[in-house]
Each structure stands twice: as structure tokens, then as C-alpha cells.
Design a protein around this ligand. Structure first.
Ligand SMILES: [Cu+2]
Length: 588
């Protein structure tokens, strides 16, 4: 922590009073923080000064096969050349993160998962007051492996109550139904997801198919091998001893849920601000926002444009040429970038200029500016052009189907129950419900529903539905004061999702062009209704029963508890860990 002289301590005390008295006026608080603290707020923890580009950008190893074994284990990892190794979790052989799994459409595969962790590197940060947690969990870390975006039977989906404790194993079955796409896997244990992912439990899954085969001669003409680069983006706060700090602010005691904190250093594939030499040619970057909380507006430092050719669920019909992309937690983009247009020796940074969320900004957080650097080498790289289309042609998958018509309209809400005078919200909810509340959504198998997601908070929330893919229709502004005045919200625990249509005050803004394809996570903006069209598949479509009852090998509420269905939740991990997650069932 920065040393505070008496005068600034007095100012800080005054600031605290002002901040508490103005819970809704984050702009005022941010201005005060900037004015008083020059953007280096003593309310926040900070990483020690670190020089960028000291480490080479790691290429995560690739794991293939139809019978994969993957354990989670305790380890130690150095995030930067000038930092000692600190305690982490890793999957497989890695000290931090996991290998890139390559699977193939049409080839069922299994993943035998073992929880080999010993203790938890962030044990002191675990909030045992959250849903289902006990003191026991500090040392006996519950885990649950979720393949995000995968069409997975319920018992293998990494349900948050399907807990695998140290020494236990679970074999996940994946039927290979997804088409080629960039999926990712991460821990999903109840009330522990933010802790376990921050500790290192995340990795990528590239699904291949006969078009996007990953081979050099793929029929889409896409860069492959060394010219295809998965990039897991995260941000962190580091301690001087090389350990990670999941705490972001001094205003919340250690071991208490924070509500979400931003980092001040960018981490790519496990290294802080790394650098990589690239050949002069086209590269395919498979980017995932694997952060806990932050939305990032990504761009290249030289403002060069690039092509987005796919997102969560697979390829777009045609590339989208753009100079920036706003990526929320769990969203993925499949990007082509041409380093061949640059001169040898040029340096290009992958940067971010998204301001931090209001909650973090109110404490003095500033944008985390940088992820990594590319150094352009003299040699020529991948030779090939960007195609005008990636679907619908010869050697290409079919065009995306038309957006289906809705058979059912369903309004759901994203809420932050009143925080009173406190800076931190007490919890976050969907439909004003806690995770365990019984009044869940039960769409019928085989129907197309339009979900109208009303975000009544001051922050964006990326909403993720397990199992399904959907299409985003767009976002429209809502008169929230009138909506909430006419429909008073009852106590938490009573469902609150009033019809929103007569409170919509403006036209539907279509999604960004790159958001147009099959999505599994959508960023819902504050004060808007985000409309998505979801087809809920039937057991016949899937070849498995999505409503099957299954039981956990272990669990907070006793091993063997019967579970059913999937989850939908905010993918800000801090939020899903504190009630912004509900179950849903696909019923017959
Ligand atoms: Cu959220």
C-alpha cells in the first residue's frame, strides 16, 4: 500500500464520507478521486511497477484425442520476469491456465477430470458467507469444470453444484455437437468461480470441423499452425512477492465479497504484458475475455484495422472489418490481422481504452491500458488473403440460418438490490431471485423464445446461457424510473420480471456486426432491454435428455444431491458467485 501522509489520510477520510453520502454519483466520486489522488487511488491495491514486454508471449500447449485426462493441481507460477513465482492453480502440466484442447465436430470425446488441488492460493480471500460455503472450503477447494459454449449433457456440463473436491474425479462426456468455434473451459464451482478462475483454472477448446480443420490445407484458407494464436486475456493486481491479489480495494475487508475489482496489469496466456515476434503475414488470433469483471475495448496501438471472422458459436457469414472490438467477460472473437502490411521492426501493441465500471471508477480505478506487443520480423509469414465470405461457398459451412421467429416472449431482469449508503452492493440478482429460489425459467424443448433481458442496474452485465446458442436482435432504451415506479420490486426472493414493452423509449439498436452470429454470452447494457432469440433444443435434436436428473459426486449440501437442468448467469464472475445466477430447465 502506498504510504499516506497525515494530510492525505485526512483527505481520504473526508473522501470516504463524501463517497458514502453520494452512492449514486459515481461521476462526482471519480472526479474527486482523480483530483485528489491523481489516478493512483489509495482506496485501491496496486501492482508494483513492472516493465512491459519483458516476457515472451507463451504459446499454450495443444491437447488432442478423444479420451483426455486433465487434472487441476496446486502450483507456482511467475507472471513476469521480475516477479518471483507465486502460488497458483493449473490444469494438466501447466502451472497456470490449461492446455488448448482441440476437439472435432462429430467425434464424441471424454475428459476425465481430477481435482488434485491442495489448499487454495487465495484461501484468505474466500468469503464463507456466500451461498453454500463453509470454512472447510478454504483448504478443500470445491471445483466444477465447465466447457463454456459446448453442447453438453447436463451431468457433464460443470453445473455449479456438481462439485468435485480434492481427491475426487468426474468423467465429462462431450458428444461433439458443436461446429468449429473457439470455446473455453473454466472452473464453475458455486460461490468459488471468481477465486478458482483467478487462481488459474481456465483454458481454451478449439472445435474443428471439416472446413475449419486446423490443417494447413483447410478449405477456408485460414492461417494455421504457428500462425493461429489463442490469446487468453486477463487482468490482475500483483503483490510485490509475486503472488496475486484478488482484492482490489481496501474498503472491503479481506475474506469479504467485493462485487468486482479491476486489475492494473494485463495478462495474456499467463504473462504480464508479454511480447511476441510475428512474421510478415496474416495471423488468426483466437481471443477470449477470460477476465473476472472487466469489459475491454480492444484495439491495436497503431489503429490498424482487422477482420472479425467469428465469435462465440463459430464463423460469421462474412468478415467484419473494424479497428476495435468491445469484448465482455466470456465473449470470444476469431480475428484475422495482417502483420504483412507493416515494416520489419515495427512494434504493435494490443491495447484497451475501456473505462472501468462505475463501481471501480468510484474508488479511483483507471483504464488498464495494455495487453501485449507484437514485434514484426523481416521474414514473410502466412501467404493468403482474407476471403470475402466464410460461409455459403464451396468448401465452406452453410450460411447462418435466418434469425428464427419467436414462439414465446419472456422478460427477465438483471438487478442490483439497493445498496443503501454502502459502497458495495449486498448481492446481485436475476429476476430479483437468489440462486436457490425455486421460481426458475422452464422453456419447452424445441421452442424458439425471445428473451427480453432488462438491465435495471448502472453497469453492463454479460449474460450467459448454458447449452444453447442464440442470436442477438439488439438493444433498446428503457425508462427505468417509470418501469420501477409502476412495478415496485418486492423483497429479494420474490420473482420480479414485469413486462417491459410500454417502457421502451427508443428504437432497437442492432447488435454490432461482429455480434451477429451464434452467441452464448451477450453484453446487456445498463438501462436497456437486450433482445435475444433462443432455440431451446429437444432431446431428439440433442441425442441426450437435457432435463435428465443427475447427482453430484460431492456437494455443499451433501454428496449425491439430485440436480436437474442448466444455469444462466452474469459472467462477471464476482456477480455469478453472489446470486446473479439461476437454474433453468428445458421441459417437455
Ligand atoms: Cu453482472
Amino acid at each position: 500500500m502506498d504510504g499516506l501522509n497525515r494530510r492525505s489520510a485526512l483527505r481520504l477520510a473526508a473522501f470516504g464520507v463524501v463517497a458514502a453520502a453520494l452512492p449514486a454519483s459515481s461521476v462526482v466520486k471519480r472526479a474527486l478521486a482523480d483530483d485528489i489522488f491523481g489516478g493512483h487511488s489509495p482506496l485501491l491495491f496496486h501492482s508494483p511497477p513492472l516493465q512491459p514486454f519483458r516476457d515472451e508471449l507463451p504459446r499454450l500447449p495443444i491437447l488432442t484425442g478423444t479420451s483426455i485426462e486433465l487434472g487441476a493441481h496446486s502450483s507456482a507460477h511467475s507472471f513476469h520476469a521480475d516477479l518471483a513465482p507465486g502460488p497458483t492453480f493449473g490444469y494438466g502440466e501447466l502451472d497456470y491456465l490449461g492446455p488448448t484442447i482441440e476437439s472435432v465436430q462429430g467425434q464424441p470425446w471424454t475428459l476425465s477430470y481430477t481435482n488434485g488441488t491442495q489448499g487454495n492460493p487465495l484461501a484468505a480471500d474466500i468469503d464463507v458467507s456466500l451461498h453454500g460455503m463453509t470454512e472447510h472450503d478454504r483448504e478443500m477447494t470445491p471445483t466444477s469444470l465447465h466447457m463454456h459454449g459446448s453442447i453438453t449433457p447436463p451431468a457433464s456440463d460443470g453445473h455449479s453444484e456438481m462439485l468435485v473436491r480434492p481427491g475426487e474425479s468426474l468423467t465429462h462426456s462431450f458428444p461433439g455437437l458443436n461446429e468449429a468455434a473457439g470455446l473455453w473451459y473454466h472452473d464453475h464451482a458455486m460461490s468459488m468461480t471468481r477465486i478458482n478462475v483467478y487462481a488459474g483454472l481456465a483454458g481454451m477448446n478449439l472445435v474443428r470441423d471439416r472446413f475449419d480443420s486446423g490443417d494447413a490445407d483447410n478449405s477456408l484458407g485460414l492461417p494455421s499452425g504457428e500462425f493461429e494464436l489463442p490469446l487468453l486475456l486477463q487482468e490482475k493486481i500483483m503483490n510485490p512477492d509475486g503472488s496475486m491479489s484478488i482484492r482490489s480495494t481496501i474498503t472491503v475487508p479481506q475474506g469479504k465479497w467485493e462485487g468486482g475489482g479491476t486489475g492494473d496489469v494485463g495478462v495474456v496466456n499467463g504473462k504480464i504484458w508479454p511480447t511476441m515476434e510475428v512474421a510478415r503475414g496474416l495471423y488468426r488470433l483466437r481471443i477470449v475475455n477470460a477476465g473476472s469483471y472487466s469489459v475491454w475495448n480492444l484495439f491495436f496501438g497503431n489503429r490498424m484495422q482487422f477482420w472479425v471472422i467469428g465469435n462465440d458459436g463459430g464463423l460469421l457469414d462474412a468478415p467484419v472489418y473494424t479497428d476495435s472490438i468491445r469484448l465482455a467477460p466470456a465473449e470470444r472473437v476469431d480475428v484475422l490481422v495482417d502483420f504483412g502490411a507493416l515494416q520489419p521492426g515495427e512494434l504493435v501493441e494490443l491495447r484497451n481504452d475501456e473505462p472501468p465500471p462505475a463501481q471501480a471508477a468510484s474508488l479511483g480505478a483507471v483504464p488498464m491500458p495494455l495487453f501485449c506487443q507484437f514485434r514484426v520480423a523481416p521474414g514473410r509469414g502466412f501467404v493468403g488473403d482474407v476471403m470475402t465470405m466464410y460461409r455459403g461457398g464451396k468448401g465452406q459451412p452453410p450460411l447462418l440460418p435466418p434469425v428464427p421467429a419467436a414462439q414465446v416472449q419472456r422478460t427477465v431482469t438483471v438487478n442490483q438490490p439497493s445498496a443503501g449508503l454502502s459502497l458495495a452492493p449486498p448481492l446481485m440478482t436475476l429476476n430479483n431471485l437468489r440462486y436457490a429460489d425455486p421460481d426458475i425459467e422452464m422453456p419447452a424443448q424445441g421452442t424458439v423464445e425471445q428473451w427480453n433481458i432488462v438491465n435495471t442496474t448502472l453497469e453492463p452485465h454479460p449474460i450467459h446461457l448454458h447449452l444453447v446458442h442464440f442470436r442477438t436482435l439488439g438493444r433498446a432504451p428503457v425508462d427505468l424510473p417509470a418501469y420501477q415506479r409502476d412495478n415496485p420490486r418486492p423483497d429479494v426472493g420474490i420473482k420480479w420480471a414485469p413486462d417491459v414493452e410500454r417502457y421502451v423509449t427508443g428504437p432497437l439498436s442492432p447488435p454490432a456486426a461482429w455480434e451477429a452470429g451464434a452467441k452464448d454470452t451477450v453484453n446487456t447494457y445498463p438501462g436497456t432491454v437486450t433482445r435475444i432469440l433462443v432455440r431451446f433444443p429437444s432431446a431428439e435434436d440433442l441425442g441426450f435428455d437435457p432435463d435428465a436428473v443427475f447427482s453430484a459426486p460431492s456437494g455443499h449440501h451433501g454428496g449425491g444431491a439430485e440436480l436437474q437442468g442448466y444455469m444462466w448467469h452474469c459472467h462477471m464472475l464476482d456477480h455469478e458467485d453472489h446470486e446473479m445466477m439461476l437454474r433453468y430447465r428445458l421441459v417437455r
